[in-house]
Every structure is written in C-alpha cells, then in structure tokens.
Design a protein around this ligand. Sequence first.
Ligand code: FMN
Length: 332
Amino acid sequence: MKNVSLATPIEEGDPAADPKAFRRSLGQFATGVTVIATRHEGRPVGVTANSFSSLSLDPPLVLWSIARTSRSFAAFSAASHFSVSILGEDQIDVSQKLSSSREDKFAEVDWYPGIGGSPVMAGAIATLECSTFAVHEGGDHIILVGRVLQHRRYPGKALLYAQGQYGVVDEHPAFRAQAAADPGTAPPGRTLRDLPLTTLLYLAHHNSSAAFERHRREENISLTQSRILSALTRRSPLSRQSIVRQVYMTPQTVDDALGELLQRGCLECDGDDRFSLSEAGQMLARSIRMRLQEYEREQFAGISAERLDTTRDVLARFIEGLAEQAATDDAA
Ligand SMILES: Cc1cc2nc3c(=O)[nH]c(=O)nc-3n(C[C@H](O)[C@H](O)[C@H](O)COP(=O)(O)O)c2cc1C
C-alpha cells in the first residue's frame, strides 16, 4: 500500500455514539434541493427533501427517503402518486416553507395539481410526476421509488445544499482565477485586475472564507456557530427564528449550532426562548473578532489606511444598494 499521510479529522467515531457528528460527515456530500409532494385525503402534503436521487433510465425511476417521524409519513407511505420539484436558486423560501412544521405549508407557495393531484411547485427548474413503484425499509426512513410518468425542464440554476448551507451552482473559482491569470486562456496582458468587480468580490469572499476556516477550527467553532455569535454581538436577545433569518442557514443547522453553543455555555436563553451571549460566549466572540482583525492586518499590510477606507466605502455603498434593491423587489 502507498504510504499516505492522513489529515487529522475534525471529528470521527461510531455514528451511534454521536448522531449529529455523523450527520455533519454526511453533510459533506453536496445535493440539490427538491420539494416532494402528494395529495392525501383531498389535501396537499409535501416536504423539502435532499435525499432525492435518480435511479434508472429504463424503466425511468427515481428514489428518495422520508423520515418515519415526519407528519407527512403516513400520506407518502400510502400515496399512489407523488411529484418531485427540483428547486431553483431563487427558491430558498419555498425550501424553508416546505421544511417547516406549519399546518398549511402550501398556502403561500405557488403550485398546480399534477398527475394524481400531486402538487407541483411553480418556478422549479425541473419537475417529475411519478407513480409509486416500490417502497423499501430504510431504518428510521422508508425509501420511496417512483416511476416517472412525465418530466419537464425549465431554464435556471439549481439550488444546492451542502455542509448545512444553501448554495448556488458556480464555476469553481480556481478555474476563474486561472482563466484570468493563465496566459494560455486569458487574452495577453490580462490579470485579476481586469476581471469584473463582482467576480473579484466573489473570489475574495470565497478564498478569504476558506482561509479563515483555519482560525474557526483552532477555536473549535463552526461557520454557523461563528455567524450566530456575530449576530448576537450586533443585537440581542434574538429569537431562534430571527437567528435563522440572519445567518442564512437552514433551521436544522441553526438548531444544532444553538444546541452546541448552549452546551458549551456560550449562550443564555430567556423565558421567551430568546438567545443572548453568556460571558463565555462574549469571550469566544471577542476571540474570533481578534483573530479576524489580526487576519485583516496580515492580509492588508502595506495598503494605506486611505485606500482601505475607500474600499470600505465602495463595498458599503454596494451592499446598501443591494439591500434597497431587495426591499423594492420584495415590495413589488
Ligand atoms: C435541505 C433539506 C433537506 C431535507 N431532506 C429531507 C429528506 O430527504 N427526507 C426527510 O424525511 N426530510 C427531509 N428534510 C426535513 C423535512 O423537510 C421536514 O422534516 C418536514 O418537512 C417536516 O414537516 P412534516 O413533519 O410536516 O412532514 C429536509 C429538510 C431540508 C431543509
């Protein structure tokens, strides 16, 4: 066997001993996001699901799994038909609504009845209308295999889900940077400075976030936990729901991170279920902030305070403009 030097795992062990850690390892696998829906006793029933997978071309089969604990379990285990709507990048709200435990998940989303009455989501980038082909045991889930009777594909980019976060499909930054820097692929004399500003922002964000990950690891803190600390430093106390809104992570990921921070003694929770930082939480937040300041000092050494101020101004104006635009779009 080749002599390999293995990196130290962040966590490891028996899945039964720590199911959350097991789920985090599984979360390293990136997926798309679907809404799977059926009609049960005359009413639409559906869940957000990323366990969806294609299975067979001939016959045309797909599969997914539903938790036995889901309130929609009985409806799907008895369903003759179900629909799969593959969500686009602008459908995070649909994913959030359909993964909630609200009574009427379908009230505020646009859908139409497909084959067998199964609700199909408007705005999806692909839809599959299925009859139930087989149902298999799968531990605390059941696996539903559907035979695709009708498929539709629309333009648009997929909504992704990986490592507890939503994402979008984008060219790998290594290719973009290469295209800019590589004399073979870029026009002669072209450098990073010639790229559009938005591409530069993306590359800066992506690479700095990856570089800062080392510091989070040294503090033994995840990206979600660090975003929660920073949200609670800006304003507190905050309800779980406002935290979910501010950190751009799914409710489940936020719940896990809140649980871990509580266990670590970093959070306090008042009688109204609102969270704020404990003394230990404030210390951890301060220590992350100091690491960030140190990181910025290193990265921007040699750039004058004036130029950094201008950069701050430009970025702040850009972000404010985007926020105003989003508010106008929401109101429209
Ligand atoms: C991105 C994402 C993917 C999910 N994937 C699944 C899945 O594959 N199977 C499942 O049973 N639940 C999955 N869930 C959770 C369900 O959507 C959620 O438990 C369900 O909608 C709760 O509602 P119910 O109890 O009314 O059925 C997922 C949630 C999210 C946010």
